[in-house]
Design a protein around this ligand. Structure first.
Ligand SMILES: C=C(O[C@@H]1C=C(C(=O)O)C=C[C@H]1O)C(=O)O
Length: 411
């Protein structure tokens, strides 16, 4: 299948240092921007110098990587700042399932970024002052909610069916998700959602790419030169009602055989996928605990050193889909997801992030997110299912995960 491309012959790119731009999300002049922000640092972009829409396929990451390399190799780049994220960057978001046709890369015309206190502005092909706010955001009002593909009881039945399948020995773990729809009376402005998410979940990666908006805690891969990092998450419980309850829950999660098993599938796969690419690799023996406002997770921070020059997208290609969002074995889990979820996940649970002309970049797994389309938002949440999963508990966990985007929409 053909790639759908919008790009000029040659990009003229200029990065300049700028005074501190303040809140990056507040720099977006209109709702159709791209963003990747954590703890106030990151990049936001708007306008489109180039766009690539990929038809799907298992090679979608390497095709995107090749297209981008050619585009950036032919660009005239003036970048005295030379940090990860300076010069031309592409924001991207890939379909979870290779059969899904939704993958997209966007090279914005304007990018404002901040890293370690240094701020910059990148402009492609135009010098008009982009830093004036032209269209102030308004919050969504009068939201109405509807089930997506499966009602809560139907989704619990799907979880029970997955447990049965696991018990027969067909697979060890599968991640099942469901979707929910919200409708507002006016078009939803992603900037409001981004501000709320980055305010409430500062340690998560707050993102917007071509209408997919969320705040994910899960770092699939960050590549900075020859260094790679990942944060594997799997195994979840709700936050407690007070400090004592919270600590008791944390202790139960850290000791839960079911959650440790769910986690081990994901951490081991990431280790196995990165090991052949790295000269050094550290994966902790036991996961840590990551506390977010709505849930806590078992978390394994992974560090490695790449053996050869590989762009971050090539490393993404080696990792996706991890058992944190698919299952083990991968193919059996993917087939079961298609059979039981009754929906196309689109870009939910796919890689989302950015890459620059050096091949540096950060890619998260698109979780705690919604696809925004005019007045409609389609929210997603999923849970890892293993042999001793309980459908009612998994439904509660999915509802806790939905809360991030419900808060983003409702305030
Ligand atoms: C699938 C989601 O989250 C994933 C599943 C987790 C789990 O099952 O414990 C934890 C973190 C994520 O890797 C989601 O948020 O939709």
């Amino acid at each position: 299948m053909k790639l759908a491309v919008t790009a000029p012959e040659r990009l003229h790119v200029r990065t300049v240092p700028v005074a501190d731009p303040g809140d990056l999300i507040a720099r977006l002049p209109h709702p159709a921007g791209q963003a990747w922000v954590r703890h106030g640092e990151g990049i936001v972009g708007w306008g489109e110098a180039a766009r690539l829409r990929l038809p799907g396929g298992p090679d979608r990451f390497t095709r995107a990587d090749r297209w981008l390399r050619d585009l950036f190799a032919s660009a005239a780049i003036d970048d005295p700042v030379r940090l990860p994220g300076t010069g031309p960057v592409a924001f991207g978001s890939f379909g979870f399932d290779p059969k899904s046709p939704d993958s997209v890369l966007i090279v914005p015309r304007w990018v404002v970024g901040r890293r370690d206190g240094q701020a910059w502005l990148t402009t492609i092909g135009d010098d008009t002052d982009p830093l004036a706010l032209v269209h102030p955001p308004t919050a969504p009002t009068r939201l109405t909610w509807n089930d997506g593909a499966l009602s809560a009881p139907a989704w619990q039945q799907a979880v029970a069916a997955a447990v049965d399948r696991i018990t027969t020995g067909a697979l060890g773990k599968v991640v099942l998700a469901r979707d929910l729809y919200a409708r507002a009376d006016e078009p939803i402005d992603a900037r409001v959602l981004l501000s709320r998410l980055s305010g409430r979940f500062p340690g998560c990666y707050t993102f917007a790419v071509a209408g997919l908006v969320g705040a994910t805690p899960e770092l699939l891969i960050r590549r900075t030169g020859d260094t790679v990092e990942s944060l594997v998450l799997a195994g979840t419980t709700a936050r407690g009602t007070g400090p004592a309850d919270d600590d008791a829950r944390a202790a139960r999660l850290a000791a839960s055989a079911k959650d440790l098993c769910e986690h081990a599938y994901a951490a081991e796969m990431v280790r196995d996928a990165l090991a052949p690419l790295c000269t050094e690799l550290t994966v902790p023996e036991r996961p840590e605990l990551l506390r977010l406002p709505n849930v806590m997770h078992l978390a394994s921070p992974v560090h490695g050193r790449l053996a050869d020059h590989r762009s971050v997208l090539e490393v993404v290609a080696a990792l996706h889909p991890t058992p944190a969002v698919c299952g083990t074995p991968t193919d059996t889990a993917m087939t079961l997801i298609r059979e039981l979820e009754g929906m196309d996940r689109g870009r939910y649970a796919g890689p989302v992030g950015w890459v620059d002309a050096r091949g540096d970049g950060e890619w998260g797994i698109a979780l705690r997110c919604a696809e925004i389309d005019g007045t409609r938002a389609r929210l997603f949440a999923g849970c890892g299912i293993v042999a001793d999963s309980d459908p009612a508990d998994e439904l509660t966990e999915a509802q806790n995960k939905f809360r991030a985007m419900q808060y983003a929409l409702e305030g």
